[in-house]
Design a protein around this ligand. Structure first.
Ligand code: GUN
Ligand code: ZN
Length: 451
């Protein structure tokens, strides 16, 4: 126990940590099944963490017997410990315009997004928003995300610096955009290439930070710029590629006009060798079977953004079609078109999107999508996503009694699937009792934590 026997930051963080509570994590994809294949559940578990990494997990009574004096034991009995959530597509500069009324994608970009992103020419503003955004992610249990900056290199510099201070595992990139956007937000093929390269050299693989080459979407890049994006991707085969595809019908028609030679919207990216492993495309709603097949073959990933897709009226993502062709899918908030930072709320909307298609999302698949599935989508399942021995110890403590309604609904809970499902439907940031990054407490509803 810590001095007070309570969870918290107190105590020597160099000492190994034993975290007690109900523990659930995925060893593999439970798929459509609602039986929990591939899911490990320990009703009274202990998670052992040493030097920021998982040593092992197992039944608490057994493991506690052999625990030496040096261990700090944190007692979260009655709560649920899960791996840190992974948000596969989000825009940190859009934090301040979340919940902006009334438009669909292309008008929403003009009316709200571009003017908001303009403010990031000011590095001080970027630092302030990056700090708020990362605090908000941690308050929601999200420990890893794939993040859009703005066209300004300083926006990404500020973001990585803020993430490095928290030791969160983040992937981010400067937006590349040289046409069909206001002058004040345009780069050029040359400056976009050089600025991206400098950021890659400084941040890719720097601690837990990684870089994503980030063309906004096909309509805002000239073919000359897409050439340079392809060049960056070729010169840096292990950086990520991050963009949007086939979100909105008007957007799809516009791409067909701008790139008359293309077979499909995805084909534009493919032509520049941007459909590959470590490429993540948000939305993927209006794809055809050939596009999905191509993404799957090339190891590309679709980011499913349910709150955004409903908010902007974009359409219903087809998870079953993705599964059928082996296309990897990550779950994402897409804030500021998305309406919540909470991956629990994102699962709530994902469930409803699938219901509208006549499908279902089991609670275990939901857990998978928010954790190991996200880690796999970002090619990080060797380091995060579950509690296998050696993984970085990013984890979240969920409180089944966080609100009066949750407490009432979950009185005497024992079935982990039912617990997960109620948390997905009714939970949000209030259900996140604590968030740990590599074994260090970074957010606690019980006590304030310094950044
Ligand atoms: N397509 C191009 N830019 C954006 C953006 O900022 N948000 C969303 N949802 N779609 C986009
Ligand atoms: Zn987006």
């Amino acid at each position: 126990m810590t001095a007070a026997g309570q969870p918290g930051q107190t105590g020597d963080i160099a000492r190994p940590l034993a975290v007690r509570g109900a523990i659930i994590h995925c060893r593999s994809d439970p798929g459509d099944s609602s039986t929990g294949v591939g899911v490990e559940y320990l009703p009274d578990g202990l998670l052992l963490v040493d030097r920021g990494r998982v040593l092992r997990s197992g039944p608490a009574p057994e493991l506690l017997r052999d625990l030496g004096e040096q261990w700090r034991v944190l007692d979260y009995s009655g709560k649920l410990i899960v791996p840190g959530f992974v948000d596969c597509h989000v825009h940190y500069p859009q934090t301040d315009m979340i919940a902006s009324y009334g438009a669909q994608l292309l008008d929403w970009l003009e009316q709200y997004t571009f003017p908001t992103e303009r403010h990031f020419e000011d590095a001080g503003h970027a630092r302030e928003v990056a700090d708020f955004f990362l605090t908000e992610l941690l308050r929601n249990g999200t420990t890893t995300a794939l993040v859009f900056g703005t066209v300004h290199p300083g926006s990404v510099e500020a973001f990585f610096a803020a993430s490095a201070r928290r030791n969160t595992r983040m992937v981010a990139g400067k937006v590349l955009m040289d046409r069909n956007a206001p002058d004040y937000l345009r780069d050029s093929p040359g400056t976009g290439y050089r600025d991206s390269k400098a950021l890659i050299e400084r941040w890719h693989g720097n601690g837990r930070q990684a870089y994503a080459v980030t063309p906004r979407f096909a309509p805002t890049s000239s073919e000359a710029q897409l050439e340079q994006v392809g060049r960056l991707a070729r010169e840096h085969p292990d950086v990520y590629i991050h963009s949007h595809v086939a979100e909105n019908r008007g957007e799809v028609d516009w791409v067909a006009e701008l790139f008359p030679w293309s077979r499909s919207y995805l084909d534009v990216y493919d032509r520049y060798r941007l459909v590959r492993r470590r490429s993540v495309y948000a939305h993927c709603i209006h794809l055809d079977p050939q596009d999905r097949q191509r993404m799957s073959e090339m190891g590309a990933v679709a980011a499913f953004c349910p709150t955004s897709n409903l908010f902007l009226g974009s359409g219903l993502f087809d998870l079953q079609a993705a599964d059928q062709c082996g296309l990897r899918v990550g779950l994402a908030t897409d804030v500021g078109a998305g309406t919540s930072f909470s991956m629990l709320q994102t699962l709530n909307e994902a469930y409803k999107v699938l219901q509208m298609r006549g499908h279902s999302l089991s609670p275990y698949r939901g857990l998978y999508l928010a954790t190991l599935g996200g880690a796999r989508a970002l090619d990080m399942d060797g380091v995060i996503g579950n509690f296998e021995s050696g993984r970085e110890a990013d984890f979240v403590v969920l409180d089944p009694a966080a609100t009066p309604l949750l407490a009432r609904r979950l009185t005497g809970w024992s079935d982990p699937a039912d617990l997960l499902f109620a948390l997905m439907m009714l939970g949000d940031d209030r259900a996140v009792a604590a968030t740990y990054v590599m074994g260090v407490l970074k957010h606690s509803r019980a006590e304030p934590v310094a950044a």
